[in-house]
Design a protein around this ligand. Sequence first.
Ligand SMILES: Cc1ncc(C[n+]2csc(CCOP(=O)(O)OP(=O)(O)O)c2C)c(N)n1
Length: 312
Amino acid sequence: MNIYELAKAPERLTGGHRLCAGCGAPIAVREILSAIKEPVIAVNATGCLEVSTTVYPYSAWKIPWIHSAFANAAATASGIAEAYNVLRKKGKINPEHSGEIKFVVFAGDGGTYDIGIQSLSGALERGHKFLYVCYNNEAYQNTGNQRSSATPTGAATTTTPPGKISSGKTQKRKNLTEIVAAHEIPYVAQTSIHLWADVASKAQKAMAVDGPSFINILSPCQLFWNYSPEKTIKIARLAVETNLWPLYEVENGKYKINYSPSSPLPVIEWIKSQGRFKHLLAPENQAIVQKIQEEVDKEWQKLKDKVEMTNK
Ligand SMILES: Cc1ncc(C[n+]2csc(CCOP(=O)(O)OP(=O)(O)O)c2C)c(N)n1
C-alpha cells in the first residue's frame, strides 16, 4: 500500500474530537483503520480515546463503535465476532453484499496490560477472529498519569513521583507483546505511529489471518510524557532508534525484526527528550540510566535470538 492510497481511504475517525494536540492515539487509530479495506466495527475500552472521541452528544467515529468497560473489551469483541458468525450461518448477513465485516478493539495500556488482560487472554485462547490494538501511552493518562505495568523504569507518574525516596518507577515494564505471543495466535506485532507503512502493513496482515491478532502500537502522550506537541513523531521515532521499542512481528510463531537501527542511539537520547525522565539526568541517577541501557541491550539480544531460533 502506498501513502497516496492510504490518504484516499475514507476517514473513519474524524477531526474535531477532544484528544490533545499531538496525541499519538488518534494517529494510531487512523493509520490502522485507513489500512483496512473492509467494513469495520470498533470496540473501545475506557480511556483517553473513548472519553475524548465520544463527548455526548457527539461522536468522531464514522464506523459502528461500542464502548466497553476496562475489563472486558476483548470479551465484547468476541461476542460481536461470534454473533456475526451466527447471523452469517443463518443467512441473515451475506458477506457478498456487505463485504466481510472486521472487528477491531482499541484499548490503552492500562486497559490492556493491567485491567483487561484476563479478558484478552481468554479471547486469544478461544480463537475469535478479531484484531486487538493496544495504543500504548505507557500510563493511565485519562485519569491524570498513574503508572501502569507498561510504564518504563524511571518514569515519573503521579503514583511513582521522583523525590528523596524514589527516582520514578522502580520496576521494569511488563513485556505484553511476548505474553500475547505465548498464546501462539496467528499474528502479533509491535509498531509505532511514526512509521505509517509499517503500521498499515501490520494492520493488513492482522486482518488477513483466520483467528485473533494483536498489535501493540507506541502512542506518545505529549501531556504526561512532558514534551511539546509538535515532537510526537520524533519521540516515537526515538523509541525505535534507541531499541527501546523494537518493531517486530510474530507470524505463526516466526519472529521477524522489521527495522534494525544501523547504529542504535543511546537511551539517554530518549531520556533527555521527555520531562517525565528529567530527574534521571541528575548525576546521582546515572546508575539508573546505565541499568535501563543494559536492560534495552539485553532485550534486543533476546529478540534477535528469537528471530534466529524460530526461523531455523
Ligand atoms: C475498572 C475501572 N477502574 C478504573 C477506572 C477509571 N479510569 C477511567 S479511564 C482510566 C485510565 C485509562 O488508562 P489507559 O487504559 O492506559 O488509557 P489512556 O487513558 O491512557 O488512553 C481509568 C483508571 C474505570 N473506568 N474502570
